[in-house]
Design a protein around this ligand. Structure first.
Ligand SMILES: O=C(O)CCC(=O)C(=O)O
Length: 253
């Protein structure tokens, strides 16, 4: 699926755009089925006990051949290509289910904030598996905030967080998304998600990230050739292969 010129313009201006429906209904049903098998409270959670935890799982693609195939989905990669060009690597994926009543936030941050040193801007594809709005823990973002570059982050538990005194959130807006829609945003966009205050509306997101083929860290000098190729010279890969193995246990996030 190709983005329209208008959508590309919005992405560049605001740092995000709703790319609409990239997947067919049967594909979404398969993704949701695998997601529900993997993203469960028994496996991994985020948040704190006081406010209420919610299911989380890193790297679903390592745990499901069907989800691994989705990373190479031609429609999804076509969207990434519009932003990143003809040389693309897969960066990271994670499932986050803001379950009903789970009040814990994911504080204001840029996705770059999770990485030591200074890695280049990359692309976040946020697939909504349910309708998402502020009530059920949906996204909020500061339009245009990607243009100011990297911000300093501290840590709130496991979350990279921009200190509250450095946030000007008057211009923040909710990024409501319908089930099945794909929101794409710059890794430099400042965003957060709040708690799910509903009693019965879960809010599942599958976050898939891509970077440029020559992605590197400007401070540490690390070359990210442990991230598998998705596209080389405009040719879609058939399997996910990298020059060196990716170690999930190492502190990447
Ligand atoms: O889905 C969420 O609740 C948070 C997503 C997010 O902040 C991220 O992907 O960086």
């Amino acid at each position: 699926m190709e983005l329209s010129q208008e959508a590309l313009g919005l992405f560049r201006r605001d740092g995000f755009v709703n790319a609409g429906k990239v997947f067919e209904q049967d594909e979404l049903a398969q993704i949701a089925g695998e997601y529900d098998r993997l993203v469960r409270k028994e496996n991994q959670v985020l948040g704190n006990e006081e406010d209420g935890v919610f299911p989380y799982r890193a790297m679903l693609n390592f745990r499901s051949p069907a989800l691994q195939a989705v990373i190479l989905h031609p429609g999804l990669v076509a969207v990434a290509r519009e932003i990143l060009g003809d040389e693309i690597r897969f960066w990271w994926d994670q499932g986050i289910n803001k379950s009903p009543g789970a009040g814990s936030r994911i504080p204001w941050h840029q996705d770059n904030g999770y990485h030591q040193g200074r890695t280049q801007e990359f692309l976040t594809c946020w697939l909504a598996l349910d309708d998402s709005s502020l009530e059920n823990g949906g996204l909020e973002a500061i339009p245009g905030s990607h243009k100011a570059g990297h911000r300093e982050h501290g840590w709130e538990g496991v979350h990279a967080a921009i200190p509250p005194q450095s946030i000007e959130d008057e211009g923040a807006i909710p990024l409501d998304v319908k089930a099945g829609e794909l929101l794409i945003f710059s890794s430099l966009l400042v965003h957060q998600t709040g708690g799910n205050t509903t009693e019965d509306r879960q809010r599942r997101s599958w976050v898939i990230q891509y970077c440029r083929g020559d992605q590197r860290n400007e401070i540490t000098g690390e070359v990210y050739d442990n991230r598998p190729w998705v596209m080389r010279d405009g040719e879609l890969a058939t399997t996910l292969v990298a020059e060196r193995p990716f170690d999930l246990k190492r502190k990447h996030a």
